[in-house]
Design a protein around this ligand. Structure first.
Ligand code: PEP
Ligand code: CO
Length: 448
């Protein structure tokens, strides 16, 4: 497809509505100049790709596939390197192999990558030693460093976010189809530190079984295309509406608007007001979209969101990403699912076991216990099994590196270890070993 670069042609009714979590740009003229420039730049994804993902998600809703969505809480410009992107993709591929093999179901791979540069914050400001500055809102807006200069929102960062997204997506596309993601590389993904961890060793045994299966198939003369590449999709939170609008283009084939900043975008727990700008924006694009829902969501909220975002009930168009907390998922999820079933609606339900389980360690680090993450996933499976619905996927924050940001795991990280390698720009992420631990648990739970 070729898309027109005229953002005026795309729906912009959200501009008349309250938009939570937008930066205070000091110079609106500069913001306008930047968004005009963005509107003239090429799309990052194509409408046809978004349509294929929507079909994949429709299969998830029918119970025929499972979503693995993950990546950084907040990507950084400094992190848009070949090594860092490869390590994240490697984690995603390893997890996907564990899930495909263990659960015997197609895994839809969606990175929280190539655009996850803007963060909602619980407070607009941050105070350190009596000094108050704007909170860090993600590299697309301001700098992490605690200085007045870094923390002042700068629209030029939106252009850098676009270019970092383009570079990252280009790498992901090349890794996904250029040989790296070939299933015959299943051992090669398990190199370095992770190979020594208990999860890495368990993975190695599984990779050995896959090798034997591949050798058997080759001996039979079968070498299907599907084994040599993977489908990879990009996603991020559609938070900065000026940016998302600038990348929204009409598909020349159909005249329909798509947000070409990513294949899939979601609206966060803090911005999903039914009458607010974010839901209005999401209702105007044809990409598959997600909505995060937390423990205080009412069944009527969920139905209203689904009806607003998908009045025509297009299969796969809306995904609900539930983030209830390990302690509450078993109580608060069933009424939401029952309400959706009662309306005869089939949607993909995805579990985000991260955002309801964050707490502050005695050292002051924001952290999560792997135990709680696993417990929420298990609760999610139990609830869906009991109601006869399909647990459609997981949404997690991880990195490809050996960081110490979450506690627990088969290679135990204690609260006292968090300082060793705490590198996140926002929420604590699972490291590669912990991500593999999670994949094994999910694979084991899938059929039980
Ligand atoms: C996030 O995904 O990083 C996030 C802020 O999530 P939520 O909107 O669920 O709080
Ligand atoms: Co987060």
């Amino acid at each position: 497809m070729t898309a027109t670069a005229d953002p005026v042609a795309a729906p912009a009714s959200w501009r008349g509505l309250p938009a939570a979590q937008q930066p205070d740009w000091p110079d609106p003229g500069h913001l306008q100049a930047v968004t005009d420039e963005l509107a003239g730049l090429p799309p990052l994804v194509f409408a046809g790709e978004c349509d294929v993902l929507r079909e994949r998600l429709a299969a998830v809703a029918r119970g025929q596939a499972f979503v693995l969505q993950g990546g950084d809480c907040a990507e950084t410009f400094a992190g848009a390197t070949a090594d860092a992107v490869r390590a994240k993709l490697q984690t995603l591929l390893q997890m996907a192999v564990v899930l495909t093999y263990g659960a015997s179901v197609p895994i839809i791979k969606i990175g929280r990558m190539a655009g996850q540069f803007a963060k909602p914050r619980s407070r607009p400001d941050e105070i350190r030693d009596g000094i108050e500055l704007p909170a860090y809102r993600g590299d697309a807006i301001n700098g992490f460093e605690f200085t007045a200069q870094a923390r002042t929102p700068d629209p030029a960062r939106l252009l850098r976010a676009y270019h970092c997204s383009a570079v990252t997506l280009n790498l992901c596309r090349a890794f996904a189809t250029g040989g790296f993601a070939d299933l015959h590389q299943v051992h090669a993904w398990n190199q370095d530190f992770v190979a020594q961890s208990p999860a890495g060793q368990r993975y190695e045994r599984l990779a050995g079984e896959i090798d034997r299966a591949l050798a058997f198939m080759r001996a039979c003369g079968a070498d299907p295309e599907e084994l040599h590449a993977v489908e990879f999709y990009s996603s991020h939170e559609a938070l900065l509406l000026d940016y998302e609008q600038a990348l929204t283009r009409r598909d020349s084939r159909t005249g329909l608007p798509y947000d070409t900043s990513a294949h899939f975008v979601w609206v966060g727990e803090r911005t999903r007001d039914l009458h607010g700008a974010h839901i209005d924006f999401a209702s105007g694009i044809c990409n598959p979209v997600g909505v995060k829902v937390g423990p205080d969501t009412k069944p009527s909220d969920v139905l209203a969101l689904i009806n607003r975002l998908n009045p025509d009930r297009v299969p796969g168009r809306v995904t609900l990403i539930t983030r209830m907390g390990a302690g509450r998922v078993r109580d608060v999820l069933p009424p939401l699912i029952k309400a959706v079933i009662a309306e005869g609606i089939e949607i993909p339900w995805i579990c985000d076991p991260m955002h309801g389980n964050t707490f502050e360690a005695p050292s002051g680090h924001k952290t999560r216990r792997l135990h709680d993450v696993l417990d929420e996933v298990q609760g999610f499976f139990e609830v869906h099994r009991a109601l006869g619905t399909h647990p459609g996927g997981i949404h997690i924050e991880f990195t490809g590196d050996n960081v110490t940001e979450c506690v627990g795991g088969s290679h135990e990280i204690a609260a006292g270890d968090l300082h060793q390698r705490y590198e996140t720009a926002c929420d604590p992420r699972l490291n590669r070993g912990q991500a593999l631990d999670l994949a094994f648990i999910v694979a084991d739970s899938y059929h039980s």
